[in-house]
Design a protein around this ligand. Structure first.
Ligand SMILES: [Zn+2]
Length: 559
């Protein structure tokens, strides 16, 4: 039992704006005062400290074959070794951290949940083995659907029931959480060396278009009633002029509604927010995208903020990765994942002096500033935009125009004419930033017990050495950055796991997965699935992950 005393609580989900409060914890949950005996509680004096829910990273690449391939491709990473508290496992890496380091670094920052954002279903066992090796946090994985031959078949046949059954089957088999879509149709086109360029291009070999893929997957996702919405990585990622495709894709959500959450989440929008016709005249399309997102109440986005320094692009968007490799001359690896999807990996460095990198950096911030704080979550699309360990930098930048002015003076001047960043005077409040890193991502994912400190919530709590009543976040950005970099306390399911940036206890969190089998007639798709296994390298009976193989599975049943 824990009694967190006199902290200053910010809890956007429960509309608590910097109020002095006590929080009580029992059996890993937040409970009313009456449920604990004060004299039996361990007391944490949080006087003058900020108390918030543990951070929720709704989109990162933390497990599976692509991060492993990325590690292999970056031997220079193996430089930083952490032997935490002298008794935990060695944890290595700067950007592509090893599995233990991922857990430790999240915990040090006060983050307690992270979602792996792209899991090829056939590779699910590997993903789960790696997720199981990440300590400290709760986690889940999103299987990819946007280039799967069987998905295309259901869409060609306009057979919604079959598509719903396929989704329920695949999510159960891969012990996944929702429906991720990466460059719909484009990765299949890449199998023939091409890509799709508009929402109405036909996918080679199939009578379907990206527009049909996205629309029908939203329809199936909503009829299934999954906790999370369709999670879309748009077409034309990384291509100048792509902001138009992004806006068109966002508008596909029109006509769908859900009282609890968005019906479409568009991810790492920075990479899809470019105006212009080539990298010579590329400019920001962030303001136009922000206008559209702000005008719709059923769409959310996340930033995909680049951080100067090392990063590694890794995405299921195989054709984009080839383009990136050609542009940068950096190392490149490609993978075709049987009939399901593909991926590519390119290690890179974002340089402040490079006009394209500076433009990307500015666009990410523009999105974070211009989009309503209830619709944009903070991400770097780790490790595509950079390490998640720099979230505090992004948080501080969004709250301080002064900090942005200082940083702007250090980057390529191209940013001044190609973006509106310098003239944006928005300064997000601490309340908004706590929302963008806690309550909002939890709501987007459909995690009811995460991202807030209300009764019944998981006791995932961060305490920062920052007094919201005395701190001017607009001026004290260095203090803000420092406070968020290393939480004074990180509490996971009621246990203190990190103190002042030092890991004090290793714990293993749960892996959430969604079971929607009761919502479908599985027989609608089983014949097709059996038929398709003639194209797979494994037999149907060997495909998938059993719940008992996962360290701490938690099934969320959709009924
Ligand atoms: Zn991603």
């Amino acid at each position: 039992m824990l009694w967190i005393r006199n902290g200053i609580v910010i809890d956007p989900k429960n509309k608590i704006k910097a109020e002095k409060m006590d929080i009580f914890v029992k059996n890993g949950k937040i409970v009313p005062e009456g449920e604990v005996r004060r004299e039996e509680c361990r007391v944490i004096d949080a006087s003058g400290k900020l108390v918030v829910a543990g951070g929720v990273d709704m989109h990162a690449h933390i497990a599976g074959s692509k991060i492993n391939t990325g590690r292999t491709m970056r031997p220079e990473e193996m430089r930083v070794v952490r032997n935490v508290a002298g008794k935990f496992r060695a944890a290595v890496g700067r950007v592509l951290l090893t599995a233990p380091a991922i857990g430790y670094e999240y915990a040090k920052m006060g983050y307690t949940t992270s979602f792996e954002a792209a899991q090829p279903p056939i590779g699910a066992l590997h993903t789960h083995e790696e997720l199981d090796a990440i300590p400290m946090i709760d986690k889940a994985a999103l299987p990819v659907f946007g280039n799967w031959h069987l998905v295309f078949k259901c869409i060609e046949e306009k057979n919604l029931e079959k598509l719903k059954a396929l989704i329920a089957w695949a999510i159960e088999r891969s012990k996944g959480f929702g429906v991720k879509v990466v460059n719909p149709g484009g990765v299949e086109a890449w199998m023939y060396g091409g890509n799709v360029k508009s929402l109405d291009d036909q996918v080679p070999g199939f009578n379907v278009t990206p527009r049909e893929i996205i629309t029908m997957l939203i329809k199936a996702n909503e009829e299934l009633g999954l906790p999370h919405s369709v999670h879309l990585h748009c077409n034309n990622l990384g291509v100048p002029g792509n902001f138009q495709t992004t806006i068109e894709s966002i508008k596909l959500a029109k006509g769908f509604s859900n009282s609890k959450r968005q019906v479409l989440h568009v991810t790492h929008v920075q990479f899809n927010a470019y105006a212009g016709s080539s990298w010579r005249d590329a400019a920001s399309g962030a303001a136009e995208i922000a206008k559209v997102v702000n005008s719709m109440d059923n769409v959310t986005i996340d930033m995909g903020q680049p951080i100067f320094g090392h990063a590694t692009a890794m995405t299921g968007d195989a054709p984009f990765q080839f383009t990136l490799h050609k542009l940068t001359g950096a190392r490149w690896s490609n993978k075709d994942t049987e009939v399901e999807t593909g991926a590519g990996i390119v290690p890179l460095v974002y340089l402040p002096n490079n006009p394209v990198h500076a433009l990307q950096w500015a666009i990410g911030l523009e999105l974070g500033l211009l989009v309503d704080s209830n619709k944009v979550a903070l991400t770097t699309d780790y490790p595509n935009g950079g390490p998640f360990t720099e979230y505090p930098y992004v948080m501080a930048m969004l709250m301080s125009r002064k900090m942005r002015e200082g940083e702007l003076s250090k980057v390529n001047a191209y940013v001044q004419k190609a973006t509106g960043l310098a003239s944006i005077d928005v300064e997000k409040t601490l309340y908004e930033i706590i929302n963008m890193t806690r309550s909002l991502p939890a709501r987007i994912l459909g995690l009811q017990n995460k991202g807030h400190l209300g009764i019944g919530a998981d006791a995932d709590i961060a305490i920062y050495n920052l007094n919201p009543l005395e701190t001017d976040t607009s001026k004290d950005f260095e203090k803000v950055y420092k406070a968020f970099k290393s939480a004074e306390y990180t509490i996971k399911s009621g246990e203190i796991i990190s103190r002042n940036g030092e890991i004090v206890k290793e714990v293993f969190g749960r892996t959430f997965w969604v079971d929607a089998r009761k919502k479908v007639d599985m027989e609608a798709v089983m014949n097709d699935i059996r038929d398709y296994f003639q194209y797979y390298s494994v037999q149907l009976g060997n495909y998938g992950v059993e719940e008992r193989w996962i360290k701490k599975p938690e099934r969320l049943e959709v009924v």
